[in-house]
Design a binder for this molecule. Structure first.
Ligand SMILES: [Zn+2]
Length: 466
């Protein structure tokens, strides 16, 4: 469109003779992006070989999509990324609640205005982010919300009940010429599913018994937990049939993807004058805790273990390190193994256990996930034979005492008395950087303990390895 945007249908006609439907528009933009070799879903991680090719195909085919997956698999993010395939803005009849196409309006009022005004029909431009309408399905969503209702104000102004112009449109008609997204589709009441199906399939629906016919142009994308979607009775069959393609989402298959998601989503805790550094092995441990939870028999895998578990743990552990840093007057925030405990409340709140357990047992389950995670990551970084010198020094009577609140500099003494530990630290971080080195020392000691090479005793808030 030119800099001076058309204000009327007549002016619009000088540029275009018709407007594509939403499917054609998305397909056109997708093809352009493919030809320009653009990154199609820049914010979506870990789906390059699975979900994204299926999505591309669905957009090319103009298919209505159902995304099946457990919680925290980025389904909402996928939905929002669909906006990228819409034009930046499209012309519509000014003031129309259903974004009418000025060439072919569908609502009674716009049809009338077009007949009366012709090329003088005023138009305006809708930006693309207003063309995605999202609704979280809950059991109390009603037909009025979704489809529409008779507007008492319009009736009071003299419209009659059987007059289409008396209708206040719901969310679905308002998504006309755009995308309508329903989250957790199976939670819609059956009656509402029937109404929704009629709108999708027949383009007609009833409001208070009065039939309305609107040929809506909408791409529908819905999400559901696979268990709920396939269990009989939760979704009416005809509605299921209206989804052309079913795409199964999943959790990251690799730890590096889980870490990328953490880094993308985490809320920054930056404080002026303080540098924050989360060592790679700490990120790996947090991601591994989530991976362990996803294969734990104690945890309900039907509802799943969201990536938000990793994201919130990352924030909690950084917060714990920040608190220490402020209390000790240090200038670098580096989380350590002793900070992992601070993630337990964030983790526990996001896991659904398979059975009722007392709080104490729940805490034990989370703690065991963390221990297993530390051991897994430790084994990925070290072979025990490379740490023989470290283990021997403990066999010869050395003790190491650490605590969450011990200043980083205090760890540096360890380099003098424990032979070999500095070399091991160097494989993880810069050993001259005290906050990073203390995190690495804690990791090595705890890893050796979990490998049954060191004993560990907890005395009040201190941990003694020997
Ligand atoms: Zn209209």
């Amino acid at each position: 469109m030119p800099a001076l945007k058309p204000q009327t249908l007549g002016e619009l006609k000088q540029h275009v003779s018709h407007l594509p439907d939403v499917r054609a528009e998305m397909r056109k933009n997708l093809i352009r992006k493919l030809e320009n070799k653009e990154h199609l879903f820049p914010d979506i991680i870990g789906y390059d070989e699975t979900v994204l090719p299926a999505l591309v195909n669905a957009i090319l085919c103009g298919h209505n999509i159902i995304l099946l997956g457990e919680r925290g698999q980025g389904k909402s993010r996928i939905i929002r990324s669909m906006i990228d395939f819409l034009d930046d803005e499209i012309p519509a009849v000014a003031g129309c609640p259903v974004n009418d196409n000025p060439f072919h309006p569908i609502c009674v009022e716009c049809k009338q205005r077009l007949a009366e005004m012709g090329d003088a029909l005023p138009i305006y431009f809708i930006p693309k982010d207003r063309r995605l309408i999202e609704k979280l399905a809950t059991s109390d969503v009603c037909t009025a919300d979704l489809i529409g209702e008779v507007d008492p104000i319009k009736i009071a102004r003299g419209r009659t009940l059987d007059d289409e112009a008396a209708i206040h449109f719901g969310l679905v008609p308002r998504a006309h010429r755009g995308i309508f997204a329903v989250n957790e589709l199976p939670d819609l009441a059956e009656k509402i599913q029937v109404a929704f199906f009629n709108v999708m399939e027949e383009n007609d629906f009833q409001i208070k018994g009065f039939p309305v016919r609107l040929p809506l142009d909408i791409l529908v994308i819905a999400t559901a937990n696979p268990e709920d979607y396939t269990s009989r009775g939760r979704i009416i069959t005809p509605l299921k049939d209206r989804f052309d393609v079913q795409i199964r989402t999943h959790y990251p298959q690799e730890k590096k993807h889980e870490i990328e998601i953490m880094e993308q989503e985490v809320r920054s805790l930056n404080v002026d004058g303080l540098e924050t550094h989360v060592p790679e092995f700490i990120k790996e441990i947090l991601a591994e805790i989530t991976f362990q939870a996803r294969s734990s028999a104690d945890i309900n895998q039907h509802s799943g273990v969201s990536c938000r578990v990793s994201i919130r743990s990352y924030e909690s552990i950084t917060g714990s390190a920040l608190r220490r840093c402020l209390e000790l007057g240090e200038n670098k925030v580096v989380p350590r193994i002793t900070d992992i405990e601070s993630t337990f409340p964030a983790i526990a709140g996001k896991l659904e256990l398979e059975y009722e357990v007392p709080d104490k047992k729940e805490a034990d389950i989370v703690e065991n996930l963390a221990k297993r995670a530390i051991k897994v990551v430790f084994d990925e970084h070290f072979k025990l034979e490379d740490l023989t010198a470290v283990v021997e020094s403990f066999e010869n009577g050395i003790k190491a005492e650490i605590s969450q609140d011990l200043p980083s500099e205090a760890y540096m003494e360890g380099f003098q008395v424990i032979p070999g530990i500095k070399d091991a630290v160097r494989t993880l971080v810069n050993p001259e950087d005290a906050p990073e080195a203390s995190a690495a020392i804690e990791f090595i000691l705890e890893g050796l303990h979990l490998s049954n090479k060191l004993n560990r005793e907890i005395i009040k808030d201190r941990i003694v390895y020997k």
